[in-house]
Design a protein around this ligand. Structure first.
Ligand code: FES
Length: 150
């Protein structure tokens, strides 16, 4: 992400320190992660200590300090999903996109994570892609869903 774009986002929020989280959220959403140079620019422009920014960026799950793919895939491995076949869904997704949980593929297309419960256990097994929930998953269905993402 170029620093000019970071500046635009900061200016959109009137360069106010009280908008720090909004600025971080916007950069995360646009860039999929928070590069160090962007955080340094924010610290300088908003006159906020780097330690505070780092604390926020590591505290909230919405932020990532490492590069992420364009699409985030979450597979629920909670008990309800587990007994309904979540491990097979996870295996299939790993085979399809070639990465394990916690990894991002070389094309920066997908990042994969497992989670403990997505809060819709009756729909298990559940896969979530970019905030969209796909319930009652079956291995064959995963390929159909994932092929829609560029
Ligand atoms: S256990 Fe999967 S949604 Fe709750």
């Amino acid at each position: 992400m170029d620093l000019e774009r970071v500046d635009q986002i900061i200016e959109k929020h009137n360069s106010e320190a009280s908008s720090l989280i909004q600025v971080l959220l916007e950069i995360q959403s646009e860039n999929h992660w928070l590069p160090k140079e962007a955080l340094e620019r924010i610290a300088q422009r908003l006159d906020v200590p780097m330690t505070r920014i780092q604390h926020i960026a590591t505290f909230y799950k919405a932020f990532s300090l490492v590069p992420k793919g364009r699409h985030e895939v979450h597979i629920c491995m909670g008990t309800a999903c587990h007994v309904r076949g979540a491990p097979r869904i996870l295996d299939t997704v790993q085979d399809l996109i070639g990465i394990k949980p916690g990894e991002t593929d070389l094309d920066m297309k997908f990042s994969l994570q497992t989670v403990n419960c997505l809060g819709c256990c009756a729909l298990g097994p559940v896969m979530e892609v970019d905030g969209v929930y796909h319930g009652k998953m079956a291995p064959a269905k995963t390929a159909d869903i994932l092929k829609n993402y560029e």
